[in-house]
Design a protein around this ligand. Sequence first.
Ligand SMILES: Cc1ncc(COP(=O)(O)O)c(C=O)c1O
Length: 406
Amino acid sequence: MNEGDARRNRLAGQPRPLAQRMSHIEPFHVMEVLARARALEAQGRSVIHMEIGEPDFPTPRPICEAGMRALQDGKLFYTPALGLPELRASVAGFYGSRYGVRVSPERIVITSGSSAALLLAMGVLVDPGAEVLVSDPGYPANRHFVRLLNGEPVNVPVGADSNYQMTPELLEHYWSERAVAALVATPSNPTGTVVEQAHLARMASFASARGGMLIVDEIYHGLVYGGDGETDIRTRTALELGEDVFVINSFSKYFNMTGWRLGWMVAPERYVRELDKLAQNVYLSAPAPAQRAAMAAFEPETLAILDGRRDEFRARRDYLVPALRKLGFEIPQTPQGAFYVYAKCSRLTDDSFKFAFDLLEQAGVAITPGIDFGSHRAAEHVRFAYTNSIERLQDGVSRIEKYLRA
Ligand SMILES: Cc1ncc(COP(=O)(O)O)c(C=O)c1O
């Protein structure tokens, strides 16, 4: 009996084992926090939600109306895998009007959330064993996308000294012969911090000089408020740097369309045909009603609603950051955007995971433990999301204060 037969005999009648890569894919711990919070609420307890990573605002009316028209008109067939041509043109137009950057609609790929854009980008770049640099802490799905393709995520530890972001120095330090890409999110989840344009430029040219690629996740663009001492809060896109970057974006956050599952990517032209093939095979097309609804996303009326909500997010940040500092959380730099505060809690606990669950049980405040975003000093950090009204945030802060006093 050869080795293959022996293995088959050994496994006969047993449930098929999982693919090995699954041992590297972790759940979002925040979902556990949310499930526990919902269970407490079902028992009648009140919970202040500061764990949820999506805007609490409903999708703006003009977008919903455009979506309803699509349903009424029966425009519900597959679209081209790259997206509706008119939506690709609208996204390109938005880069012109908002950023003053000209982008060809041909380079725009409409995707099923930016999640699909990230997966497609990795799909065309990552060979088995190839390395992709990601920030730690960072959005957890990124390293799992790399794993799904049998690549190796390289966690680049980032902290207060680098504004909780990858820097050109860190990128150069961690870049190896096997590296094919580095991914940065600006503003970042979980830290809300922004990468300077000059840093993006240096990172992009370092990667491209080595045949690699910088992927810039701009999903929190539009939600930038400025940091300490900053007066100019114009957001600049990595597309200013030229064609040799992948830029990822989404209708989820600034546009308040999480559940519609719609995002996009701007890719170097030479990749577009390959991305088209991959999108056809993976999901055929992004949801048609969502694409038609999103046609209203760039209307002046919609943008006015969204910019008003951005100002509300800024007011929440301006309340929350000093309030948390007063409680003993350390936030060395004011986060410039997104809707998160990544706070060091080591003066209050040595185990942020236990702290988060204890806070939920004892005080009825839901937050996300640092472990969700990587392993670098994760036990010393928690993430607060200000996706809740100022009044609820104030209630949350006073509950935390009482909990800490006890
Ligand atoms: C940094 C970052 N990128 C990408 C995503 C994926 O979002 P979506 O697929 O809804 O566009 C998220 C979601 O929270 C995120 O925080």
